[in-house]
Design a protein around this ligand. Structure first.
Ligand SMILES: Cc1cc2nc3c(=O)[nH]c(=O)nc-3n(C[C@H](O)[C@H](O)[C@H](O)COP(=O)(O)O)c2cc1C
Length: 140
């Protein structure tokens, strides 16, 4: 069963930029053989990751990621079956964001901003809204 999973977490101070590079290297190495695609947004103190693939693979990946010492307070914000992938060719698209970034995404609406604020606070659980926003971030 194809599914998606999204979570937010708090990036620890010890998670420096070189550590981010290592995370992305792990994604690049491990995700393609598992057929996991998705995106990772990160800021100075936060992560938002959206992954899609077979449910069983997503769950074992999420179990592994949750134990990673480079972040904490992992909160799953959405998880459900999907019929098609949103990021079929992205083994882990990634982007560093700042709180001002949202203003630079041209077709962002006031509603989107509200959703974004809720996501980064772990309060948005509507998978469709989360997907919509991430698509705007990556496919503009
Ligand atoms: C925010 C965050 C996201 C991560 N995403 C992935 C991922 O999508 N795929 C992956 O294999 N590892 C991911 N990792 C790293 C794993 O926790 C783990 O360190 C890694 O998979 C170990 O595998 P390796 O020794 O083969 O590199 C992530 C870690 C963090 C902190």
């Amino acid at each position: 069963m194809l599914a998606h999973l999204a979570y937010v977490s708090v990036r620890k101070n010890s998670c420096t930029e070189p550590e981010i590079e290592k995370i992305l290297a792990s994604c690049k190495k491990n995700n393609p053989p598992l057929n996991i695609t998705g995106v990772l947004l990160y800021s100075e103190n936060q992560f938002i990751q959206y992954v899609e693939g077979e449910a069983i693979e997503l769950m074992s990946l999420y179990d592994k990621i949750k134990k990673d010492q480079r972040h904490e307070k992992t909160v799953m914000i959405s998880y459900s079956p999907i019929t098609d992938r949103i990021f079929p060719s992205w083994h882990m698209g990634n982007r560093k964001i700042t709180s001002e970034d949202i203003d630079f995404v041209t077709d962002i609406t006031a509603d989107d901003k509200d959703v974004f604020t809720k996501i980064i606070n772990g309060k948005e659980a509507d998978g469709a809204k989360v997907q919509n926003l991430l698509v705007k971030f990556f496919k503009k």
